[in-house]
Design a protein around this ligand. Structure first.
Ligand SMILES: Cc1ncc(COP(=O)(O)O)c(C=O)c1O
Length: 393
């Protein structure tokens, strides 16, 4: 019965693992989950107030426009101008999304013919891979390495493209990038981004920059659209999930050239019928928050990051302590076969779940990732449990 497009697409690792953790919890284990990156903190109180007030009104319950409310698009334009120094036309350059994850799928469906190639990072967010496959495209992974600051190796990518032999009219079309990078926490550098744009131009690729972490543990948010020549080459995805603590609200955005926005809209407008207006109005408020919002958020994450470092020290892992984003990425000790082995030992020995780096691609096999989305007390409890279990001695 199943469509061919689902072949090779497994259930999302986390949904499987959550079932296992659920089973352990039912047996009374009370597992501390340091895996999933869903902020545990609430949005700003004004955001919730606006949702409540607006949803009590009688005239907000109809279908909304496919391109989102003008109020939200204007708020996105203001946010991009204020924080990234990027000037966007709210009527042309912006498409509100129900989270950036759906945007990844829409982009693949809009641009990939069967067999067309999309370059995706390894390690990287697993959704790039699955969305390309679901759209019928061919995934070509480019490797990111610690010794190269987790930046693309342009010579290697050049050689990979050169070596591709594609049937018929198939060609490389998309290049996915994501800085601050998940899972490694690597920050972008303007020079590298400029080289990326030149590379995309040379090979006639559309560069998709996924940018949901730019405000987390980073004081200098950077948009790829702020670089010269980017508007012609780049579609940037962004999100309120992490920087506004609104992951469950499902609000993201796609920004770029008007023609690209119209192309993606052509697909997306066939998929949904707009977003609930009060959610959009509340999101607009969230985007107008002042710098103290981000400062307070980061003060919390900074404390948690220290706890994550403590866990990693206990496990004899090594890490870069200037990472951005809401995770800490670390190399495992030699004696473990893989991050999966260490993750399982910690899960079964101390009932703490830490993500194995291999789920982000085989280049992550010798790494683990700790999420900063649990309160410090939970992380302290995790430290106690791991110490008591005597893991990694
Ligand atoms: C790199 C990356 N991109 C996109 C997303 C999806 O975010 P959203 O909630 O906006 O769909 C995530 C979520 O974990 C992510 O880590």
């Amino acid at each position: 019965m199943l469509a061919h497009r689902l072949e090779g697409i497994g259930e999302y690792y986390f949904s499987q693992k959550l079932r296992e953790i659920d089973g352990m919890n039912k047996e009374g284990r009370n597992v501390i989950n340091l895996g999933i990156g869903s902020p545990d903190l609430p949005p700003h109180p004004d955001v919730i107030r606006i949702l409540q007030e607006e949803s009590a009104k009688p005239n907000v319950h109809a279908y909304q426009g496919y391109k989102g409310s003008p109020v939200l698009r204007q708020a996105i334009a203001n946010w991009y101008s204020r924080w990234y120094g990027v000037s966007l036309d709210p009527d042309a350059h912006i498409l509100p999304l129900m989270g950036s994850k759906e945007g990844i799928m829409h982009i693949c469906m809009t641009y990939l013919n069967p067999g067309d190639v999309a370059l995706v990072p390894n390690p990287g967010y697993p959704t790039y891979r699955s969305a390309v496959k679901l759209a019928g495209g061919t995934v070509v992974e480019y490797h990111l390495r610690e010794q190269n600051h987790w930046f693309p190796d342009f010579e290697e990518m050049e050689a990979m493209l050169h070596a591709l032999s594609l049937p018929g009219e198939c060609r490389p079309k998309l290049l996915f990038v994501n800085y601050p990078h998940m899972p490694t926490g690597q920050l972008p550098e303007r020079g590298m981004l400029q080289t990326l744009i030149a590379f995309a131009e040379k090979h006639d690729l559309l560069l998709i920059h996924d940018n949901p972490y730019s405000f987390i543990l980073n004081d200098h948010p950077l948009s790829l659209l702020s670089l010269p020549g980017a508007m012609e080459r780049v579609l940037e995805l962004n999100s309120l999930s992490k920087s506004q603590n609104m992951a469950g609200w499902r609000i993201g955005m796609l920004c770029g050239h008007r023609q690209r926005i119209d192309e993606v809209l052509r697909f997306k407008s066939n998929m949904d019928s707009g977003m609930f207006l009060p959610v959009q109005l509340a999101a607009a408020r969230a985007l107008s928050l002042e710098g103290d919002w981000y400062a307070a958020l980061n003060a919390v994450y900074r404390i948690r990051r220290e706890k994550a470092f403590e866990i990693l020290d206990m496990l004899h892992c090594t890490y870069d302590n200037s990472q951005a984003g809401m995770f800490v990425w670390a190399a495992i000790p030699d004696r473990y076969e893989s991050g999966y082995a260490l993750s399982d030992e910690v899960l079964h020995g101390s009932h703490v779940f830490i993500t194995p780096g291999g789920i982000f691609g085989d280049a992550g096999n010798r790494f683990i990732r700790i999420s900063l989305c649990s309160p410090s007390e939970k992380m302290e409890e995790a430290i106690r449990r791991i110490r008591q279990a005597g893991i990694a001695h």
